[in-house]
Ligand binder design. Structure first.
Ligand code: AVI
Length: 335
């Protein structure tokens, strides 16, 4: 199904291709994760309506420096970045996990001012987010050509490969790459590279290694918003899968490992307890102080990023830093 709003169109790939409904997939992933010796739940399930609202609040927390740093990089360097994106010919500006696209809009306005020829292609799993974004372009920047895609990243890239030939600049911002394991990051970059031609670009937002307490506080804030965000995963299982987690019997715990740059979040069972998942009838036992691993948020060195780029057939073109060198947006060129 596609809807046209002036210059802005939305294509929904999920309704067309999904064979297995998202609730079944969620139930299966929960079952697999909680059956492991070291229990896990995937951070991809943080983002239901409530989780997305909590993440918006996290981005405004004094401790969560990432969003402000990336905003600073975009604001300070928008003219140069836009020139690097635009070059001479028409291009597709693809924004993976666009959300509300607040940062991207800084560059889009600049590109428009520079009279660059481009089409903006936000990609997001949330149909609601894409509807809202398209509506915002209609009022704020009606002249911009927008093709929103609702779908998973690689489903979207495959569709774009078929339907949008020509030069591409992909943005993957906000340290989203940090939520992958190191192996997953390289395989993600290799898969992205597959959909690009030599000379196309990837603009990658990466959180850098720094004084450990600064990192730790960003994931364990004083107001407890990150704790609420993490615990919402259990509320979501209760809501959507008929679980009976006593959420107050679990607590948020975050640690940073400076050896490998892994910021890790857990939910810790505060007592011996059993939990049943209504839709599957599965019962899971939690020992007192047993942990569920819920998220990795990796922090990189610039050498580490160069290594990942090398492994995936990209070369580092330009590194943009905020004033404190906390965060980097890195322009990678496809070899
Ligand atoms: C979305 N992602 C990049 C965030 C991060 O920093 O890993 C999610 C988050 N988790 C806790 N706080 C923010």
């Amino acid at each position: 199904m596609s809807t046209t709003l002036h210059q802005a169109t939305i294509i929904n790939l999920i309704q067309q291709n999904s064979t297995i409904d998202s609730n079944t997939l969620f139930a299966e992933d929960v079952k697999t994760g909680l059956s492991k010796k070291q229990k896990t739940l995937s951070s991809r399930y943080f983002y239901d309506g409530q989780g997305s609202r909590l993440f918006q609040q996290i981005m405004e927390l004094p401790e969560y420096y990432l969003t402000r740093c990336e905003y600073e990089i975009f604001t300070e360097n928008k003219a140069v970045i836009s020139q690097q994106f635009a070059q001479k010919e028409f291009f597709h500006l693809i924004d993976l996990g666009a959300g509300d696209a607040l940062k991207s809009k800084i560059l889009i306005k600049e590109l428009a001012q520079q009279k660059s020829a481009f089409e903006y292609i936000p990609v997001d799993i949330s149909g609601d987010a894409m509807q809202t974004l398209v509506a915002s372009f209609r009022t704020e920047m009606p002249a911009i050509q927008v093709q929103a895609v609702v779908g998973e990243y690689f489903e979207a890239l495959a569709w774009l490969h078929e339907n949008k030939p020509g030069r591409k600049v992909i943005m993957f911002l906000g340290s989203n790459i940090g939520n992958f394991t190191l192996t997953e990051s390289i395989s993600f970059l290799q898969r992205v590279r597959y959909y690009l031609q030599p000379g196309d670009s990837l603009f990658l937002g990466v959180d850098l290694r720094k004084d450990p307490p600064t990192i730790l506080q960003a994931y364990d804030d004083a107001a407890g918003t990150t704790a609420e965000f993490n615990l919402n995963l259990l509320h979501r299982i209760n809501r959507e899968l008929g679980g009976n987690f006593q959420v107050e019997q679990f607590k948020h715990y975050a640690i940073y490992n400076p050896l490998n740059g892994a910021m890790q979040s857990f939910l810790i069972s505060q007592k011996d307890q059993d939990v049943t998942i209504g839709t599957t009838g599965e019962l899971f036992h939690f020992s007192a102080w047993e942990a569920i691993h819920t998220e990795n948020s990796h922090k990189y060195s610039l050498d580490g990023v160069a290594h990942m780029a090398d492994q995936s057939n990209f070369k580092v073109e330009t590194v943009y830093l905020d004033e404190k060198s906390y965060f980097a947006d890195i322009l990678l060129k496809a070899n």
